[in-house]
Design a protein around this ligand. Sequence first.
Ligand SMILES: Cc1ncc(COP(=O)(O)O)c(C=O)c1O
Length: 339
Amino acid sequence: MSAGAPPIPRVELTHAPTPLLKLERLSQELGVELWVKRDDLTGLLESGNKVRKLEFLVGEAFAQSADTLITCGTLQSNCCRTVAAVAARLGLRAIVALKGAPPAEYDGNLLLDRLLGAEVRFCSDAEWDTIDEILEELAVRVRRRGGTPYVIPESGATVAGALGYVACGEELAQQIRHGAPDFDAIVITAFSGGSQAGLLMAKQLYGLRAEVVSVPIAWEAARVRDYVTGVIDQARRRYGLPVEAPREVRLLDGYQGAGRAGVERRELETVVRVARTEGLVLDPVYTAKAFGGLLDRLRREPGALGPRVCFIHTGGVFSIFPFRAALGRVLGGDGLVES
Ligand SMILES: Cc1ncc(COP(=O)(O)O)c(C=O)c1O
């Protein structure tokens, strides 16, 4: 990754390369060649984009001799579940601080967190406002027990985490060299924007021609853009990567809907429609918002992103299940889809 520079610590975890599939019926409907890169199949419980980030985060943790991974997120956090899965796989401890009260029953990602042996610290809204302090308290507790903690911020949003998507971009560049379409645009879901930052670095390092476009699903556009450019600057300074923040960070804005962890009927309808037309299951919170935004954009202006577009499916399927009641209402029939 960094020619001439010392190797960056990394632990191989990802089942890669992930497949590229053409979405035939949606392509026909939109008049655009639409593909999906199945990063929902990165392995370790279909853990999506977080497995790629954790290759570098855990690399850094091991370099610091850590034995306990601490992270935080919402009750249905994909990142927390992936940290729990990776910790169990590697024989580490995991502690996850989750925003919300303990629910009546475990479901979706939370069920998996517990199944995988992660220790869960539920945080009230007031505690969540001081989440950095809570993470530090958890780290102090680990040290007192004689352990060595490594703290991963929400969504693995650090410069080391972003390197996971430099690796994804390198993989995509190789797939293109071996016959995959030379996409005009690569579209990815953005929470922090770390994954987009990684792809933008890969574009410079591995000669990807495609525009790298993200769809923010929670933060406002300016915050995502600042994060993306900041991480690229940090990667240059910290790892000596020959990369520069681009003048423009392209986003499809306006699809945040109910914001972080919130879901509206529109996203549930996207989940149902895409499952039925392409046999592809999106998650309601992240990828359905982003993919729904992409479809909306292409319906309004089919040429907006060029003739060949690749959406990176970043995973999250387990959060389908806690939305069973709302999905059931959509499936109950309102003429949306024929059954
Ligand atoms: C399924 C899914 N897709 C995309 C993202 C966004 O990742 P990033 O924070 O790198 O923008 C997340 C993380 O929160 C996620 O869980």
